[in-house]
Design a protein around this ligand. Structure first.
Ligand code: ASP
Length: 324
């Protein structure tokens, strides 16, 4: 079998399991396409019939609010049929039966599988086995990857800052267990962000060698000084041993982003958070809801980005069919 690739034989994006390997140009194309799906607040959302002959199955085996509902809305607003399934893929990933599930859905003309799983490798495994016209999109893979989150974060920064090269971006909190941080590192590296900082206590910093090129900061004050973008992360309790989970009160005292600390960043800095937020643990409520926060715009951008990704993989399918 050939090594796995997200791209088809003609180099078009067929699956999206990771942002690793996508060029800055490919990412910009996705962001440009996403922007065509944004509307002014209060206006009806963008809709089309571009995916009217497409069926999308959401298979989420970890909790999700934003990602799942935005994938569903994205597909529906493009005219697709949507199925939401609660089936465990990970426990069966090494056996054959996961394929029975996938092939069953494929026989019902599912064209796109959107997969979230706590175990690494599930999305790729499914992608390696689906029919040639079918695409697989990751909606979050263990602690490793959350590609559409990376794209929506980049789109949000582009909207507020107009570019990437001159920016200082601080990713703060439980970087070690965060798929959001890993996808952020990939997307910001491809887009050549000026300076990327990882800001975390020792126990929540990734292993040395991971996320190369980023500057590691051991205090919040150092990490956010003169930053243009502050991306706060939730403590991923579900990926930690009980004894390792920091005390919420102590954590907020040292690592929580409050109004006072925010003054260390640039005056026009933006504050991001992928959600779900733990208020008064990693972020103070008055910062989360304050004038620097772009957290709700991130959610809006999530739908637009997922529309763009769905359209892109379906366009590659049409070209594979028509072009040969
Ligand atoms: N919603 C994001 C994720 O699925 C961030 C988080 O859960 O903290 O990774």
């Amino acid at each position: 079998m050939l090594p796995f690739s997200q791209f088809d034989a003609d180099g078009r994006l067929r699956h999206l399991i990771t942002l690793e390997g996508l060029s800055g140009e490919q990412i910009r194309e996705l962001l440009d396409r996403a922007q065509t799906h944004l509307r002014r607040p209060g206006e009806p959302p963008a809709r089309s019939r571009a995916l009217a002959d497409v069926t999308v199955a959401n298979i989420f085996t970890e909790p999700s609010t934003r990602t799942r509902s935005s994938f569903e809305l994205a597909a529906r607003r493009l005219g697709a049929d949507v199925l939401n399934l609660e089936i465990q893929l990970s426990s069966r990933v090494k056996g054959e039966t996961v394929l029975d599930t996938i092939y069953t859905l494929q026989s019902m003309a599912v064209d796109v599988f959107v997969v979230r799983d706590a175990e690494p490798g599930v999305g790729q495994y499914v992608a390696e086995h689906v029919a040639e016209h079918v695409s697989v999109l990751s909606a979050g893979e263990a602690h490793l990857s959350h590609p559409t989150q990376g794209l929506l974060d980049a789109l949000t920064i582009l909207q507020y800052k107009g570019g990437f090269r001159d920016l200082v971006v601080a990713v703060v909190g439980d970087v070690r267990h965060s798929r959001v941080a890993r996808s952020a590192h990939q997307v910001f590296t491809a887009l050549e962000v000026g300076e990327l900082r990882l800001v975390a206590p020792d126990a929540l910093m990734p292993d040395p060698g991971e996320m190369p090129g980023a500057r590691r900061c051991a205090t919040l004050e150092e990490g956010i000084a003169h930053a243009d973008v502050i991306m706060m992360l939730r403590i991923q309790k579900e990926r930690m041993a009980q004894a390792a989970i920091p005390d919420a009160h102590d954590y907020f005292a040292r690592w929580g982003l409050n109004k006072q600390r925010l003054k260390l960043a640039r005056p026009e800095a933006i504050v991001m958070h992928p959600g779900p937020m733990n208020r008064e643990v990693e972020i103070a409520s008055d910062v989360a809801d304050g004038p620097h926060s772009v957290i709700r715009q991130q959610v809006t951008n999530g739908v637009a980005v997922r529309m763009a990704v769905l359209e892109t993989v379906i366009a590659s399918r049409h070209q594979r069919r028509g072009g040969r």
